[in-house]
Design a protein around this ligand. Structure first.
Ligand code: ATP
Ligand code: MG
Length: 404
């Protein structure tokens, strides 16, 4: 058994020793069969949440009314969820209440896709009543049971289907795809936060392009924030190499850029993204406006914007123009390495030094002088050394020698 499962085995064994059933379930089992890196390990059990909490010394109640308790075992957190069904769906969303059941079969039956409805016992034996292994072998995403019914129970599953395309490169089973086309409008009932989570995973996946095309083909894009009028742009977005974008800010920035959104802040706010990310994207887009071509970078501009924002902007630009991303990043890195100081903090003189040397009280002029010095240091006109800078100011007749 692979190490991540091995580490969690104690939880399953303890539950079994007390007469309960317990299995590994969900994404981890799927990823094991796919030979992908194993993410969070989830465990399903016949024990009720209270029973789970009594058995383990360290637990966190993160939603016991829904059946989930976190068990901390050897320093790692595992979600242990009681077998359950989700019978009462309201408004095409996941239910507020769940029914606990004692059978694994029913628990697997409520899961979204056959590839996600496989359980594995403590010996590594697979329990796969819905043909999940076959779906994985054929690289097909297929709902457990009738797709129309499953999507009207919980419309988010349609987004999940397409984010799995983005992550795994699988195809949608034909009936599952048709059901998405027919039920796309139900996505309007889903909270933005849940859609955003799936959409981000989609963009991050190695097959993001394929998934973006499917968002258009199925009509799901019509119900995603601010994408309704962007059919052609989205289609175009699907033709780029998203794999080259390697941060959240770069991906959202690229999306805003390719979709030609009027206001990135409004667009990102509609997706309920955090302010820090919005600022990051705005900065990258501002750089693209300020510096119209990759060859326009100067030491001063790179110092002003900082390497990270510069790289984000150049990555967005070169992915959009089909240029060599690595080459542009390398050039920026080299230019940055050649900067004598990387941040304002590294300047060897402070505002206090300036006031002392000039013998004048503070004011906006101090910042102006500091900027002057900063530029001179960046361009190698003067070393970043207090005395050298002082001499340089004297030499430029800005101050007289005796004020030192
Ligand atoms: P990831 O690797 O991204 O975590 P995952 O398959 O583990 O993928 P989770 O969101 O962590 O996805 O969900 C864990 C499991 O819970 C899924 O594998 C699936 O069996 C079930 N599940 C999650 N969301 C739904 C849903 N909306 N409807 C039905 N089953 C779901
Ligand atoms: Mg998971």
């Amino acid at each position: 058994m692979k190490e991540p499962f091995q580490k969690a085995l104690g939880i399953i064994q303890t539950l079994q020793q007390h007469g309960y059933e317990a299995y590994f379930v969900g994404g981890a089992v799927r990823d094991l069969l796919l030979n992908r890196e194993i993410g969070d390990i989830d465990i399903a059990t016949s024990a009720l949440p209270d029973e789970v909490m009594q058995l383990f010394p360290k637990t966190i109640d993160i939603g016991s009314q829904h059946g989930t308790v976190v068990v901390v075992h050897n320093g790692i957190s595992y979600e242990v969820t009681t077998f359950r069904t989700e019978s009462e769906y309201e408004d095409y969303r996941r239910p507020g209440a769940v029914t606990f059941v004692r059978s694994l079969y029913e628990d697997l039956q409520r899961r979204d896709f056959t590839m996600n409805a496989i359980a594995m016992d403590a010996e590594g034996k697979l329990i796969d009543p819905f043909g999940g292994q076959e779906a994985i072998a054929n690289r097909i995403i297929c709902t457990v049971g009738d797709p129309k019914a499953r999507f009207s129970e919980d419309a988010l599953r349609m987004m999940r289907a397409i984010r799995f395309v983005g992550q795994l490169g699988f195809s949608l089973d034909e009936e599952t795809k048709q059901a998405i086309i027919e039920n796309a409008a139900l996505l309007a009932h889903i909270s933005v936060e849940r859609m955003t989570m799936e959409f981000e995973k989609l963009l991050e996946g190695p097959f993001a392009s394929r998934a973006l095309s499917l968002l258009v083909e199925t009509g799901l894009f019509l119900y995603l924030p601010m994408l309704r009028d962007k059919e052609n742009e989205l289609q175009a977005a699907a033709r780029y190499n998203w794999r080259l974008l390697d941060s959240r800010g770069q991906r959202w920035g690229f999306l805003c850029y390719i979709l030609c959104v009027d206001s990135a802040a409004d667009f990102l706010r509609a997706w309920k993204l955090p302010n820090r990310l919005i600022k990051e994207v705005e900065m990258a887009l501002r750089i693209l406006q300020t510096i119209p071509s990759s060859s326009d970078w100067t030491k001063e501009r790179l110092f002003e914007f900082g390497l990270e924002h510069a790289i984000a902007a150049e990555t967005i630009r070169s992915v959009a123009s089909g240029e060599n991303v690595e080459e542009h990043r390398k050039k920026l890195n080299e230019l940055f390495m050649s900067l004598p100081i990387k941040t304002k903090k590294e300047l060897a003189v402070s505002g206090n030094d300036i006031m002392k040397w000039f013998g004048k009280p503070g004011g906006p002029w101090v910042k102006e002088i500091l900027t002057l010095i900063e530029r001179a240091v960046i361009h190698g006109e003067v070393d970043n050394h207090k005395e050298r800078i002082h001499e340089w100011l004297i030499h430029r007749n800005l101050i007289r020698g005796e004020n030192c």
